[in-house]
Design a binder for this molecule. Structure first.
Ligand SMILES: [Zn+2]
Length: 250
């Protein structure tokens, strides 16, 4: 069950550029004003995992409201404006709802000009980013307490025998998922198969969200091994990137 605190704040008061629009089945139907502001020269090109590149990208800060960037040199913190802005907005909103919580941990997005980025197969065109699951142990760690001079997300959220870690903060992570999906810009969120099942179960306890809205989130949760410590957020191609290659909707 969501805490009373979360219930009161189902619609965070944090402002963001763009309008939280109704649910659209096909993001191409959305009027352009619903999109996040896009840099004039910005381009996401090619596909997520082949021949992808990035022009005039935005960059995650090392520390923003509600998030911290892993990897101190931050050469992997580039993405399209809407990716960076959406994550910043949702992280800030989660921090406003749970002010005692630790910040979202932002891992790799893309390189400055995109392109191949081993060991990732995708992360090529500025529309992918790895994000740490929120941790229950982090609930009491307020913003700024953590210093993340690290490369790693650390603790696995899947224990032996495919048991989900008790430290996985399903509530805060679910709120983050709902927020980003409400933008209508999310293509997929890759999570471990075990954790995906946990979110399907958890969603049934969320009585404050419509079935339709839950379905919009759940169908984007794609089971993908290798996501025990973090999830992977992927956006659809932005407008004004005509050579960006979209995936079919999940
Ligand atoms: Zn990834």
């Amino acid at each position: 069950m969501l805490s009373a605190c979360a219930q009161e704040h189902q619609s965070p008061s944090v402002e963001f550029q763009g309008t939280p629009s109704p649910i659209y089945r096909n993001s191409k139907e959305i009027p352009e004003e619903f999109y996040w502001t896009v840099g004039a020269k910005e381009q996401a090109r090619g596909f997520y995992s082949s021949q992808g590149s990035l022009v005039s990208p935005s960059q995650f800060l090392m520390k923003g409201k509600g998030y911290l960037k892993l990897r101190p040199q931050n050469q992997d913190g580039y993405g399209t404006h809407d990716l960076v802005r959406l994550v910043q907005w949702a992280a800030e909103a989660v921090a406003a709802i749970y002010p005692q919580g630790e910040p979202l941990r932002v891992g790799s997005a893309s390189r400055r000009q995109g392109g191949r980025f081993p060991p990732h197969s995708s992360h090529q065109n500025g529309l992918d980013v790895d994000l740490g699951y929120y941790l229950l142990s982090g609930r009491q760690k307020s913003l700024g307490v953590l210093s993340l001079n690290t490369y790693s997300f650390g603790e696995s959220m899947v224990k032996t025998n495919n048991v989900v870690s008790k430290n996985l903060d399903l509530e805060r992570t679910w709120v983050f998922f709902k927020l980003v999906v409400s933008s209508t810009r999310v293509s997929r969120i890759f999570v471990s198969p075990t954790i995906r099942k946990a979110f399907f179960r958890y969603s049934k306890q969320d009585l404050f969200t419509s079935l339709e809205e839950k379905e919009e989130v759940l169908r984007r949760l794609r089971p993908e091994p290798g996501h025990n410590t973090h999830f992977h957020l992927r956006l659809d191609c932005p407008p004004r990137s005509p050579s960006c290659v979209d995936e079919q909707a999940p």
